[in-house]
Design a protein around this ligand. Structure first.
Ligand SMILES: [Zn+2]
Length: 341
């Protein structure tokens, strides 16, 4: 399949608005009607460059507790001068407003009311969406038809859900996507991700996620994960902004030299290490540390103060994700170890 148009923002209209060159427009995308007649609308910032060029879509906060992404997207949209820009940048800082209101991964109110009808309650894995689908599918449909399908490039910003923290990593479309996957890997390197996930299996390559849907249409598309859910962190914001500015230079949309930074290690999967006992977690390793097979990554103590478990790494590799909740039950995630490609 090919995407709708050639690599150019010529003739682009969004929600029926034809954008003048060299301008910034703030608008709201109307998605669906709630019981009281109010509408779920999401903010969209459109930066139409003075010169023609590609269409770049930047989205954040499909999951409503992923606050750093909102800040990164908003700040980037605020700092770019459309006169310096070639092409069009479409920024949607909060792609799932009901979840943002709840500051939760999902729009929990509607999900609890009707868990069967609202499953999956996640627009992120509901692409390209359905006009007649559940709430998540309708939000995805509006995002896709009005904004995302125009894109030559797409970056979707995530953080782990509340209680977890990732080293900056990028997730690519599956290698089976061919040339689009190779271009996404090049973009991930320019973003300066410490880790780049290139895998054929699992949640990060759902055929219903926007970066995979767009890769199948020929766009250069990926997601990133950085920082910690539920928190707003200045250092993470700066890391995200640095990576995105570099990607825009690489795509020829902003002037300036492309820099090289970040560890950029490609991993093919992440091994999840869980607890077998309940209690308090005492983590022994940090994000980005390299562990050997058999190393203790954490201990668990029960509420009598006894150490009940030493959790050991089943394989060696870099620590790419840590849980930050200090209280666990058996079966909860403690760390994830990257498996290098
Ligand atoms: Zn997310």
């Amino acid at each position: 399949m090919t995407k709708d148009a050639a690599r150019s923002d010529e003739g682009l209209t969004v929600e029926g608005v034809a954008l003048a060159r060299g301008t910034r427009v703030e608008t709201r995308l109307r998605t669906l009607e709630l019981a009281d007649g109010s509408w779920v609308e999401l903010p969209v910032i459109l930066l139409r460059g003075k010169a023609p060029g590609p269409v770049f879509y930047l989205g954040a906060a499909f999951h409503g507790d992923e606050v750093n992404g909102v800040e990164i997207a908003t700040r980037l949209a605020g700092e770019i001068d459309p006169v310096q820009l070639s092409g069009t940048l479409i920024v949607a800082p909060a792609q799932n407003p009901l979840a943002l209101q709840a500051q939760h991964r999902y729009f929990v109110g509607h999900f609890l009311k009707s868990p069967l009808d609202q499953s999956p309650a996640d627009p992120w894995v509901s692409f390209p969406g359905e006009a007649d689908g559940n709430m998540a599918a309708q939000i995805a449909h509006k995002l896709f038809t009005q904004l995302i399908r125009h894109a030559d490039y797409l970056i979707d910003i995530h953080t782990p859900t509340t209680g977890g923290r990732y080293a900056p990593f990028a997730f690519l479309p599956p290698p089976g996507a061919g040339e689009a996957a190779r271009r996404a890997e090049a973009m991930a390197e320019v973003f300066g991700a410490d880790f780049i996930l290139s895998t054929e299996q699992g949640l990060y390559v759902s055929e219903q996620s926007p970066h995979v849907v767009m890769a199948r249409r020929g766009a250069t598309a990926m997601g990133v994960e950085l920082g910690e859910g539920g928190r707003l962190e200045a250092e993470i914001t700066q890391q995200g902004l640095r990576g995105l500015r570099n990607v825009l230079r690489w795509a020829g949309m902003l002037p300036g030299e492309v820099e090289r930074f970040g560890a950029r290690q490609v991993i093919r999967t992440m091994h999840v290490v869980r607890s077998h006992r309940g209690g308090l977690v005492h983590r022994r390793v940090g994000l980005g540390d390299t562990v050997g097979a058999g190393d203790v990554v954490a201990t668990i103590t029960n509420l009598f103060g006894e150490e009940t478990e030493q959790i050991r790494a089943p394989i060696g590799g870099p620590i790419v994700r840590i849980a930050t909740f200090p209280i666990v039950s058996a079966g909860e995630r403690i760390v994830q170890i990257g498996v290098l490609r």
